[in-house]
Unconditional design. Structure first.
Length: 364
């Protein structure tokens, strides 16, 4: 599943995040996790830096690989132009001649490259929001989570950095794409319930996750995908190490060709081994285009543990901006997730996620 729900204790059901090597600054991690106010300061600092980057960084536009450059007026023709005719071709006539095949309005648009670049930004932003679009993005997430609960010392703050590339392998004749999305997180101040019932924290690589999906977007805009999600017990801290977790998952959604807006939902059912714990897991996502590469968007994770009858369901809101840093297409975003269900002994109350997603060309 697009993969990382906030990590939790064993009895709270599986949790999709994390992978494993111990960092030696354990005492600093405990101080970090035991100070929730630090989470607010970190969120404020990251949000300010991200807003500055979104406002002034990705200012240039991006066109699709098959689309013409915004400054190349030769590719814009009126409805009556013959195929292969360019606006600066001698056969096309002078652009100010109303009898020629070039549209004055289109030529004017090309002399305003901002409109073309904004359109390219919005198009790429929609592709990045579509889980079936074959775009190679190197997603990096910074999650700041405030934890609470009934256990002693449950009031904590944790930080996690997760790298999750989306690796698409399109099939011939556009029959769909195969996706691999490995999630490799590092956790700071991650809380866990000890054998004595108290809450402690740790710094650790977490449990590596892998989403494997196949699907496509149909001509009508319907998104259909299916596959499996796997969690590997790779966390370096034994208290944070998950069991082997595996299960099927399906994706259903809709991508509007008219507006570029995208809605999708992932639902999976997992079993853990050797404990055989069963959990329903999911993620809902939406991306509404605001123009110029800006979107209002969120993609929070939820889970329901059948053993503990624990539901973790957040409401999510966010903002994102897609554009170019130099020649590199990048999507920057910030989301806030507010959990609507009690945290139990120890669990998340809210999460702020910052996203940096550079897009690179597929080498295959």
């Amino acid at each position: 599943m697009a993969s990382q729900a906030a990590a939790g204790t064993r009895d709270s059901g599986p949790v999709f995040v994390s992978a494993g090597v111990m960092v030696t600054t354990e005492d600093r991690a405990i101080r970090l996790g035991s100070n929730p106010r630090r989470a607010v300061r970190v969120c404020a600092t990251c949000a300010a830096a991200l807003l500055v980057a979104m406002a002034w960084g990705p200012s240039r536009g991006l066109a699709d690989d098959d689309a013409p450059a915004a400054s190349d007026s030769r590719h814009v023709l009126s409805k009556g132009a013959a195929p292969g005719t360019h606006c600066d071709d001698p056969e096309a006539g002078h652009p100010h001649n109303y009898q020629n095949q070039c549209n004055l309005k289109d030529v004017h648009k090309l002399r305003s490259p901002k409109k073309a670049s904004d359109s390219g930004n919005s198009e790429l932003a929609s592709k990045l929001a579509n889980p079936s679009a074959p775009v190679l993005a190197i997603n990096t997430y910074l999650d700041v989570t405030r934890h609470g609960g009934s256990a002693p010392e449950a009031d904590r703050a944790s930080f996690a950095i997760t790298i999750q590339p989306a690796l698409p392998f399109p099939t011939r004749q556009d029959k769909g794409s195969l996706f691999f999305r490995p999630g490799i997180p590092i956790q700071f101040g991650q809380p866990f319930v000890t054998s004595s019932g108290n809450v402690d924290t740790a710094v650790s690589f977490g449990n590596i996750t892998l989403d494997t999906l196949f699907g496509k977007t149909l001509d009508m805009g319907l998104i259909i995908m299916g596959g499996a999600n796997t969690t590997f017990p790779t966390a370096s801290k034994p208290e944070l190490r998950a069991d082997w977790i595996f299960g099927p998952e399906v994706v259903i959604g809709y991508a509007s060709k008219k507006t570029g807006n995208v809605w999708s939902a992932i639902v999976g059912y997992t079993w853990s081994f050797p404990d055989h714990a069963q959990t329903v897991v999911g993620q809902y996502a939406y991306a509404i285009n605001l123009g110029g590469g800006w979107q209002t968007t969120a993609a929070p994770f939820w889970s329901y543990s059948r053993e503990s009858k624990t539901l973790r369901f957040p409401l999510g809101v966010g903002i994102a901006k897609t554009g170019l840093f130099g020649k590199l297409p990048v999507k920057l975003g910030a989301q806030a997730w507010l959990y609507t269900t009690p945290p139990g002994a120890s669990g998340p109350e809210w999460t702020v996620r910052f996203t940096v997603s550079p897009v690179v060309r597929r080498p295959w």
